[in-house]
Design a protein around this ligand. Structure first.
Ligand SMILES: Cc1cc2nc3c(=O)[nH]c(=O)nc-3n(C[C@H](O)[C@H](O)[C@H](O)COP(=O)(O)OP(=O)(O)OC[C@H]3O[C@@H](n4cnc5c(N)ncnc54)[C@H](O)[C@@H]3O)c2cc1C
Length: 421
């Protein structure tokens, strides 16, 4: 049984996330008859939650060599697709379609609208322009193969979708409620591909310290995290840190999470959180003295508002064993020193990494050894193209994941329509 009355599509895209939408749009732009199959009722469920709903759409690192260095070992495989279509092209693509962008810290690019919906809108209208046929609520259950090529994608209800080329864009395994449940990994293994096991990467951490619950939601724009194992400093990172109900998140933590996971295999990890990385003891002490002098008869908990975020004040005072109700002129020298030391060294003890349900991306996926990255084409199955989170590519947070989707989607879309038409 074929779908949509069309016997053989030029290109069938499986998965309607960021990479699948870009690939489908590009193939259709080239003139291919394209069908996109998505199991969810709507497209781009994960895309809509990216960047806290604002979507860090790419990284405005325009030096391709530097950009590629962010993808670690995979960088060497990605030089061809990124030479053809990189972050500058992605920004140009979105801007030319009516979505202005702005660049924030660490060259993170966001839509000016501050909403991921704008990115989604551009991609859906791009697909519409090219006449992509979109079938949502269409879960694929596998491929039908003949020799070293695929002839059909099989839907769960038994419907066969015949196409000349197939683009696999089913994502990884992080945040499975968005639809990324690793289905593509199973099919790829059945087709003979090597798929390294998907584990959480770029993932928040949980801590043993119960006080984080009370400070959940606090965003520290610039904090320093130093990790100790067996009393030896093992790593230090600096940047934005978020306090969550379970522990810590934010770019600085996410980017260090892989190493944190590795350290945890060898023993307990203790965090030393510096809330004022630019200020030494002296400066913090002077600042506290000024605050206490200016607010001598005011309660301590009401005097620290310009110094610490309000939610943090009772937590920090409790950790420093200082009565929040006392007036500033009643704070002893010892107490002030304790407070000074505490804000420079908030102690936390790492419980572990959170799981796939909280991860930004999964590590693992199809080895790039098995993909001809000039075309994003499988080296085993001649008419299969692989894009986005399906690929085994490690990268930090900062827009690099979506750029991987845009570049690989673009190249696969182009290659598939050339091959499929
Ligand atoms: C909370 C969060 C925030 C993030 N923020 C950012 C950010 O700001 N910037 C950034 O660069 N990256 C960010 N990322 C990472 C980024 O979202 C992913 O790398 C990217 O969305 C992957 O896109 P994809 O198209 O490869 O896969 P997905 O977005 O996972 O899409 C795969 C699609 O395939 C569908 N599918 C799966 N199986 C089947 C099947 N059997 N049949 C049919 N359809 C199927 C799924 O339903 C899904 O729609 C974030 C990730 C998370 C979880």
């Amino acid at each position: 049984m074929s779908l949509g009355g069309q016997q053989v599509w030029d290109v069938a895209v499986i998965g309607g996330g960021a990479a699948g939408m870009m690939a489908a749009g590009r193939a259709a732009e080239g003139g291919a008859r394209v069908i996109l199959l998505e199991k969810n009722p709507g497209l781009g469920k994960k895309l809509l939650i990216t960047g806290g709903g604002r979507c860090n759409v790419t990284n405005a690192e325009f030096d391709t060599k530097t950009l590629l260095s962010k993808y670690g070992d995979a960088g060497k495989y990605l030089s061809s697709p990124f030479a053809a279509w990189s972050s500058k092209d992605a920004i140009g693509f979105f801007e030319s379609r009516g979505m202005p962008t702005k660049i924030e810290n660490e060259k993170r690019a966001f839509p000016v609208s501050d909403t991921a919906q704008s990115v989604h809108n551009v991609l859906t209208s791009y697909m519409k322009e090219g006449g992509v046929t979109v079938h949502t609520k269409s879960p694929v259950s596998g491929f039908i193969r003949e020799g070293n090529s695929i002839v059909s994608a099989k839907l769960k209800d038994g419907t066969l979708i015949d196409a000349r080329s197939f683009i696999l864009a089913t994502g990884g395994k992080s945040r499975p409620e968005t639809g990324s449940t690793g289905d593509g990994f199973v099919w790829l293994q059945e087709l003979g591909h090597t798929v390294s096991s998907a584990t959480a990467a770029l993932v928040p951490i949980s801590v043993h310290d119960a006080w984080v619950k009370r400070a959940a939601g606090v965003s520290l724009k610039d904090a320093k995290i130093t990790l100790f194992q067996y009393e030896k400093k093992v790593k230090s990172v600096r940047g934005k840190v978020l306090i969550t109900h379970e522990g810590l998140s934010g770019p600085a933590i996410l980017n260090a999470s892989r190493e944190i996971g590795e350290f945890l295999q060898y023993g307990d990890l203790v965090i030393d959180l510096d809330l004022f990385p630019d200020l030494g003891y002296e400066k913090v002490n002077t600042r506290l003295q000024e605050i206490f002098n200016e607010n001598a008869t005011k309660m301590l908990k009401n005097s620290l508002k310009g110094f610490l975020q309000p939610v943090l004040i009772p937590v920090v005072l409790q950790l420093a064993l200082i009565d929040a109700q006392k007036t500033c002129n009643a704070v002893s020298r010892d107490e002030r020193v304790r407070l000074m030391k505490l804000v420079k060294h908030v102690p936390l003890s790492v419980k572990g990494l959170l799981g796939l349900d909280k991860a930004i991306i999964t590590s693992g996926g199809v080895s790039l050894d098995e993909v001809d990255t000039r075309y994003m084409q499988s080296r085993l199955i001649s008419n299969l193209y692989l894009v986005g989170d399906v690929l085994d590519v490690n990268r930090p947070s900062g827009g690099y994941s979506l750029q991987l989707c845009w570049t690989t989607g673009r190249i696969a879309g182009e290659s598939a329509y050339t091959a499929g038409t």
